[in-house]
Design a protein. Structure first.
Length: 289
């Protein structure tokens, strides 16, 4: 695991995109490294979920989704951040997506999918007055990816416009806090490690691949071994871990390792030998050494 610094080095890069009728978007870029985007998105999705909306904005189409409660899942798998709510889910490429254990994704496609630019923004009206705030991402092809909408002081409940001259300026506190940390570097990231890099063990539960296999005993064995050893690793299950017909399959995020043909006994061995002692269980590795 690389050293994590809570201090962001500012890019000091501001641009203005002209829009119709004298409107503009002001962008202030922030670094796109995983130790910046990881804490930023974890904060917004796990701790401030009630204050943000997710969307996509292109000419002629706008999508806006809101959280009704904290996400059920917020993890990083093979470069993609996956966030799952009760009604919808999203994927956003924060690191190179290698393409599973066999690394099938071509290098040029890895770069195209990856976030290559991120900015805090303000939309300004024809008088130069800010009217909306958010975060915009771009991929390696320069295309706009998803958009995060931050609290707007001009909107009340149910997106109703507030009376003229009576904005709720306290709603800008989240934008200002993020700007001080991630754009200006005046305050530290509020973690002593990257929360999206916390290691986890995941068991494939895909009935499409293994309709006759039982993943639950493997999950239970991993959970028991983690509790008995006191190691700080989360145990979860996943719909697909990209290794078919070799189940039960287990993935360890700590060093991006896949295991096949896992039994409860092997699951306990994975925790003790690999997670704790750093020695992978070579007989069950995929692909084989």
């Amino acid at each position: 695991m690389t050293h994590f610094s809570p201090w962001v080095t500012p890019l000091n890069h501001r641009t203005v995109e002209p829009l119709y009728g004298g409107h503009q978007i002001e962008y202030e870029d922030l670094p796109c490294t995983i130790d910046v985007t990881g804490p930023l998105l974890y904060t917004l999705f796990q701790e401030r979920w009630q204050d943000v909306q997710i969307g996509h904005v292109v000419e002629g189409s706008v999508l806006e989704l809101e959280f009704t409660e904290a996400p059920k899942i917020c993890i990083l798998y093979d470069g993609y951040l996956t966030v799952v709510t009760q009604a919808w889910h999203l994927h956003l490429c924060l690191e190179e997506h290698l393409g599973g254990p066999l690394c099938k994704t071509p290098p040029e496609l890895r770069q195209q999918r990856l976030i290559q630019r991120a900015s805090l923004y303000r939309r300004l009206n024809e008088k130069g007055q800010p009217r909306s705030w958010g975060i915009q991402f771009w991929n390696g092809a320069g295309e706009k990816m998803m958009n995060l909408f931050l609290p707007n002081p001009f909107l009340g409940e149910d997106e109703d416009l507030l009376p003229l001259g009576k904005p709720q300026l306290e709603k800008l506190s989240l934008y200002e806090e993020l700007r001080q940390i991630y754009v200006l570097g005046n305050q530290p990231i509020p973690y002593n490690h990257n929360p999206l890099k916390r290691p986890y063990l995941s068991v494939c539960r895909s009935s499409r691949c293994y309709p006759s296999r039982q993943w639950k005993p493997i999950y239970d064995a991993l959970q028991q071994a983690v509790e008995e050893t006191g190691t700080e690793v989360t145990v979860m299950n996943a719909g697909c871990l990209e290794v078919c017909k070799l189940g039960p399959v287990v993935f360890y995020s700590g060093d991006r390792t896949w295991y096949t043909r896992v039994t409860p006994e092997v699951a306990k061995q994975i925790v003790q030998d690999h997670v704790i002692e750093g020695n992978p269980v070579s007989k069950h590795l995929y692909p084989p050494n």
